[in-house]
Ligand binder design. Structure first.
Ligand SMILES: [Cu+2]
Length: 93
């Protein structure tokens, strides 16, 4: 099974990004930046960083440099995983 790591801006962004990703198979489950519909561009604005998909046996790296302190949720957006595969990055000054 494949997985990725997607850092979102806020707790409230987890569900909309996870749901938008369900129909973003063509872009490796990341809602596309250039999609002309407002729905997808709004979801893209909720994403701070995203890794490539890691296929079974692969390792991917994601570098994320926050510009403020805070708590940043991260999720896997592969087909519905966001409901269980998630965590929080705590950034302190
Ligand atoms: Cu996953």
């Amino acid at each position: 099974m494949s997985h990725n790591v997607v850092v979102v801006k806020d707790e409230a962004d987890i569900q909309p990004v996870g749901i938008a990703a369900l129909s973003a198979m063509a872009s490796d489950f990341i809602p596309e930046t250039l999609n002309p519909t407002a729905y997808f561009s709004q979801e893209q604005d909720r994403i701070l960083a995203a890794s490539a998909l890691a296929y079974p046996g692969e390792t991917v790296f994601l570098e994320f440099t926050p510009d403020t302190s805070g708590v940043f949720p991260y999720i896997c957006t592969y087909s519905g995983h966001f409901t269980m595969m998630q965590g929080r990055i705590h950034v302190e000054e």
